[in-house]
Each structure stands twice: as structure tokens, then as C-alpha cells.
Design a protein around this ligand. Structure first.
Ligand SMILES: Nc1nc2c(ncn2[C@@H]2O[C@H](COP(=O)(O)OP(=O)(O)OP(=O)(O)O)[C@@H](O)[C@H]2O)c(=O)[nH]1
Ligand SMILES: [Mg+2]
Ligand SMILES: [Zn+2]
Ligand SMILES: [Zn+2]
Length: 405
């Protein structure tokens, strides 16, 4: 039997617009049907919305709640289901499994691209093993893009990407990467979630043109990971290790506090949350590049501890990190950011992590191009914010025992 579709309103993991299950459209399979064989042409919607101008087979309407449909003109059966708003092909399990959109945001050069690459690499390897979970690209574009443009560059070529182009600068916009996260495949109940990550450009947080797409992305997300760069904080920057690569100081429009205020304004505006009510979306606020402050973080800090590795999110460990980060944050920037978070979000948590584990090497002063250290990528606590969100969604269990047993 075919499971019914969950919920009445769905969000496209590619364009983040919402629609009803019955509005889902179909694309002809192009197989030889009983009458003729369909041919390809430009799909205007796909071209305008997603910048994809490759010739496509025809789109047609049928009952979107069904997994397949027949294209009358050719008589061929198809299982290609499309988002009615952007015409992206929906992942196989879309609508029948939980779908969680995770927004990854932060100011310019906070480390979003590096973080996303390392997090997904970890999820596909060590973290995946720990939770008996498999993480796979949910579509062809995600698989190719992630392997060639993200993972290969960082892990094989050992190069850092350089600034991400704003989505509007790349013709038609950039597609989010969509993965399926499946747990419990070793027996017991199988849980599958679709995860959509959109690598925003830091500029998208400030430029008017890209704000609209960004707002949609933030408001339809089930959870937010906000990355903040401690090296942009007045109180932390002077404590950076001597060999750390310091980013140019951000302008007033791009400081951690301003970025947070922008996000809150966008969420309040669109979600229609009254300004005296708190936003219910969980937000993980993570400080990146913590390796650059190694000399300054005390030996006894929970950040230095090896995080528990049992197959559950460890609440006591996470709370200790949260308290420690809160103390550091107060030291670096006063109470402001923490107060803003607690006044506006019903659920928030602080994290400290390092995607690279070590400062990158700068090739030469002129080029400013950077490489991963010779010791390779050695991530620290990159999975913590993600696992916290997954436990908030009840996709993975949470343990209250310090040892995690
Ligand atoms: N020390 C240290 N530096 C890091 C780490 N991750 C990123 N960086 C530095 O931060 C720079 C920017 O990283 P990106 O991931 O490109 O930042 P981004 O937020 O995607 O930047 P935009 O796309 O321009 O918004 C890198 O070139 C590194 O110099 C880390 O884990 N440790
Ligand atoms: Mg980037
Ligand atoms: Zn869509
Ligand atoms: Zn057809």
C-alpha cells in the first residue's frame, strides 16, 4: 500500500514555497507510450525560478496525491513529481516522510561554506555510523554538486572555496542541496527525513535584492543554524592565536549583532509573530573558527573534551558547552546578543565549533588564496548544532545521562 501524504501544506525543498499535495505536477517520463514519444523543450518556470535552461520533457497536471500519473498525449506512465511553483523534480520520498528544512545563515566569511561541507562529510561518515544513519544526496544535482564543488575541493584539492556568489548573481539563483537522512535501517522502525541546506552568500544577509529569497528561506525553515565568527567580536579578536588568519573587520551592517537583528526582523515580519511573542523555531547559534582561540580557551573547558559518541544527542554535555559559550559571549560582547536571543526565541542554544580544526595556510600575501593545513581537516564538534536540531524535531533521541548510556 502506498502511504498517504503527510500534512496539508508542503514546502518545496528547492524554492521553499508552499503548496498543497494535490497541486504537485508531473513531468512526462519520455518513454515511448501507446500513442507517441514526447520531445523536450525549454521549461520557462524552471528556467526563471531555478536558472535551469536545459530542455525538459512536458509538464502536466494530474492528481498530485498519487505517486504516478499517465501523460495523455503520449500515453506513457511517469513517476516524476514536480514542485508546482518552481518545477524542480521532488525527491522520491517527498511528502511521505518528514521533511526538515534547515537554514544555514551567517554574515560574510563566517565559515558557512566550509561548515556545510565538513558537516555533511561527517554526517556521511563518522556521525552516520554513530547513528546507524545513511545520508545521501536526494537528487542528481545535489550528488554531483556536493561531490565536485564542495567535498572534492576541500578534501581532495584541499583548497578553500573563496566567497560564495550571491544567489541572484548566479543566473537564476543557486539550488539548495537536498539530502535524505535515514536512521534505523539495521532493524526496527525506519525514519527518514529530507534535509535541505542552502549555502547563502554572506552578502545575501544585507543586500536588498536577495533578501526576498532569503526571507522565504528563513521563514519556511524548521530550524536555523546561525553561524557567528568570534574573530569579528571586539572582545575576542585580540585573543586570537598568533598564526590565526584574521578576517577583515566587518562593517557595521555585517556585525554578528546586526545579522541577528536582521534575522529576527525578517522572521517577525513574515511569520506575523507579534513583537512581544517569542519565535518558536529552534535556532542553534554556533561560534565558528574556535581553533583560532585555542591559546585562550582554558584546559578545563567543555569545548576541549571529546564529545560523547553514543547514538543519542547528549543534553548534559550540550548544556555545559552552552553555558561556557554564554560566559565567553558576555566577556566578548556584553549581554546584548544573549539577551536578544532569549527575548526573541523560545528555543535557542549556543555552540562552539571548528570545521577545519586548525587555521588554514595562506599561499602568498598577494593572492590571499588559502589551503587546508597539511594535517588535513580535523573537525571539532561540527555535528553538535545539527544533532540538537534533530533532537528538537524528535528525529533522533536525546539522553539526559552525562555518559550518554
Ligand atoms: N581558523 C579557521 N578558519 C576558518 C574555519 N572555517 C572557515 N575559516 C576561514 O573563514 C574563511 C571563510 O570561510 P567560508 O566558508 O568561505 O565562509 P562563508 O561564510 O561561506 O563566506 P561567504 O560565502 O563569502 O559568505 C575561510 O577562507 C577561512 O579562512 C575554521 O574552522 N577555522
Ligand atoms: Mg560561502
Ligand atoms: Zn519549488
Ligand atoms: Zn508524454
Amino acid at each position: 500500500m502506498f502511504p498517504t501524504l503527510i500534512g496539508s501544506r508542503l514546502n518545496c525543498p528547492y524554492c521553499y514555497r508552499d503548496f498543497r499535495a494535490k497541486e504537485i505536477r508531473f513531468r512526462c517520463s519520455g518513454r515511448v507510450g501507446s500513442r507517441k514519444k514526447c520531445t523536450t523543450s525549454l521549461d520557462r518556470v524552471l528556467a526563471d525560478q531555478m536558472g535551469d535552461r536545459q530542455p525538459q520533457l512536458p509538464v502536466f497536471d494530474a492528481d498530485g496525491r498519487k505517486p504516478t500519473a499517465k501523460h495523455e498525449p503520449c500515453g506513457a506512465e511517469t513517476h516524476y513529481r514536480l514542485c508546482p511553483r518552481c518545477h524542480s523534480q521532488l525527491p522520491v520520498h517527498f511528502g511521505r516522510t518528514e521533511s526538515k528544512l534547515i537554514a544555514l545563515v551567517g554574515a560574510k566569511e563566517t565559515g558557512k561554506t566550509v561548515y556545510m561541507t565538513v558537516l555533511l562529510h561527517e554526517l556521511m561518515n563518522t556521525v552516520g555510523e554513530r547513528f546507524n544513519a545513511s545520508v545521501l544526496g536526494a537528487d542528481e544535482n545535489t550528488r554531483l554538486q556536493f561531490e565536485s564543488a564542495y567535498e572534492h575541493v576541500l578534501y581532495e584539492k584541499r583548497e578553500l572555496h573563496g566567497p560564495t556568489k550571491t544567489a541572484t548573481a548566479e543566473r537564476g539563483g543557486r539550488k539548495p542541496l537536498v539530502f535524505s537522512f535515514t536512521t534505523g535501517n539495521g532493524g526496527g522502525r525506519v525514519r527518514r527525513s529530507l534535509l535541505s541546506f542552502f549555502d547563502t552568500a554572506g552578502e545575501d544577509m544585507v543586500s536588498e535584492r536577495s533578501i526576498d529569497q532569503n526571507v522565504r528561506y528563513l521563514t519556511s525553515a524548521d530550524g536555523i543554524i546561525l553561524l557567528l565568527d568570534p574573530l569579528q567580536m571586539r572582545g575576542a579578536r585580540p585573543h586570537a592565536d598568533a598564526d590565526a588568519v584574521l578576517p577583515p573587520l566587518s562593517t557595521a551592517a555585517d556585525t554578528p549583532a546586526t545579522v541577528l537583528t536582521n534575522i529576527i526582523e525578517q522572521l517577525h515580519g513574515r511569520l506575523g509573530v507579534k513583537s512581544n511573542r517569542r519565535i518558536d523555531k529552534p535556532i542553534a547559534v554556533a561560534f565558528t573558527k574556535m581553533d583560532a582561540l585555542d591559546g585562550y580557551i582554558p584546559e578545563t573547558s567543555p569545548l576541549r573534551r571529546r564529545p560523547p559518541t553514543t547514538a543519542a544527542f547528549n543534553e548534559p554535555d550540550s548544556l555545559q558547552v552552552h553555558e561556557h559559550m554564554r560566559a565567553l559571549l558576555h566577556e566578548w560582547a556584553g549581554h546584548n546578543i544573549d539577551d536578544t536571543l532569549s527575548k526573541n526565541f523560545a528555543r535557542y542554544r549556543l555552540f562552539g565549533l571548528s570545521a577545519l580544526g586548525e587555521s588554514p595556510q595562506v599561499d602568498s600575501a598577494e593572492s590571499r588564496s588559502q589551503r587546508v593545513s597539511d594535517r588535513g581537516v580535523q573537525p571539532r564538534r561540527v555535528e553538535d548544532p545539527f544533532l540538537w536540531l534533530m533532537s528538537e524535531f524528535s528525529t533522533i533521541p536525546k539522553t539526559l545521562k552525562p555518559g550518554g548510556e
